[in-house]
Design a protein around this ligand. Structure first.
Ligand code: SIN
Length: 329
């Protein structure tokens, strides 16, 4: 019996995968120039296995993606997931792909595959990487194996979890990984091979619902370096509801910062200790956590800790509750 074709819906948002520039060159181009139809014309036809539909949601360099765009993406997928669509692909710029992947991993309410992909070279480059990434992302979205795995990133023959994926190279095509956690699996042509699973809570089991949400509480990221001015904390605390510190080593900072952070406890401002290192885990540390408002980021890098803290602040500003959220998500 002939197998039913899978329906895959593509949300195109721009990025280098849709970039157009000088023929053959990799560096000078404008991200987001190609529309969805042009993008699809660059890949081998999957007509016999997959029925494709989609929309041009945005046409931007991903540095211009906003929290409002994230909320719109999550709600659009949530709405479409109630139809007979079998899986989703989002084409996206690579610069903030890891952030979008984590936000959607926490807010999308479906077990259907949601796969994000992009490219490091524009579509007009010699040996552009976008077509294979897109082809594999569509194949992964149509696979049974990707069901229930949370939002995934498919890039350069590898499969990554939306929670743990990070951009790790500024220009090479193999630009993503999960650092110590490596990857969930591999793609070879249109076939996927899973070997790992993310255990953090995501999608249908996540507590975060953005259906009625218009914006997120402001959370700032402050970068600590030698002799960094604690005034940064005072400035940020005037507006932000939460702060993430991109600290040294395992989420560390100076005594001057420690004193300033302790003052924020009274203002009910949670301060998450993340790290500029990019791999390893940050756990509770009595020396750096001299006030109740300090929360370790565990394995989340600062940009992802900011997303989780903003979403958590929609529900609570109790430090102990937020700590539990950081342990689960
Ligand atoms: C972007 O993030 O939109 C530009 C860079 C890229 O896609 O690689």
């Amino acid at each position: 019996m002939e197998e039913k074709k899978k329906k895959i819906y593509i949300l195109a948002t721009g990025g280098t995968i849709a970039g157009r520039g000088q023929q053959g060159k990799t560096a000078v181009y404008k991200a987001g120039g190609l529309n969805l139809e042009e993008l699809l014309s660059t890949i081998p036809k999957l007509h016999d296995q997959v029925e494709m539909d989609g929309e041009q949601m945005l046409s931007v360099d991903s540095n211009n993606v906003t929290v409002k765009d994230w909320i719109q993406m999550a709600n659009r997928i949530n709405e479409l997931s109630k139809t007979d669509i079998d899986g989703f692909v989002i084409t996206h710029g690579t610069d903030t792909m890891d952030e979008t992947a984590y936000f959607l991993n926490l807010t999308v309410k479906t077990e259907k595959p949601v796969i994000i992909t992009g490219a490091m070279r524009p579509a007009t480059a010699a040996s552009a990487d976008g077509p294979l990434n897109l082809y594999q992302a569509i194949s992964l979205a149509a696979s049974n194996e990707a069901w229930g795995q949370g939002v995934l990133v498919c890039f350069c023959d590898s499969i990554y979890s939306g929670r743990d994926v990070q951009k790790v190279n500024t220009f090479k095509t193999d630009a993503f990984n999960e650092k110590d956690l490596a990857c969930l699996g591999y793609m070879r042509d249109e076939y996927c091979y899973f070997y790992n699973k993310s255990l953090a809570v995501h999608t249908v089991r996540s507590m975060f619902d953005v259906t009625q949400v218009k914006e997120l509480p402001r959370v700032d990221i402050l970068y600590f370096c030698v002799d960094a001015d604690p005034d940064l904390l005072r400035f940020s605390a005037q507006r932000a509801k939460g702060i993430v510190i991109c600290g040294t080593g395992s989420g560390d900072y100076s005594e001057a910062w420690m004193k300033e952070i302790a003052k924020l406890e009274e203002k009910r401002i949670p301060v998450v200790r993340a790290s500029r290192i990019g791999s390893g885990v940050i756990t509770e540390n009595k020396y750096f956590e001299q006030s109740q408002n300090c929360i370790p980021a565990y394995t989340l890098p600062p940009q992802k800790a900011r997303i989780l803290l903003s979403l958590a602040l929609l529900y609570t500003n109790q430090f102990e509750e937020i700590k539990k959220i950081f342990q689960r998500y």
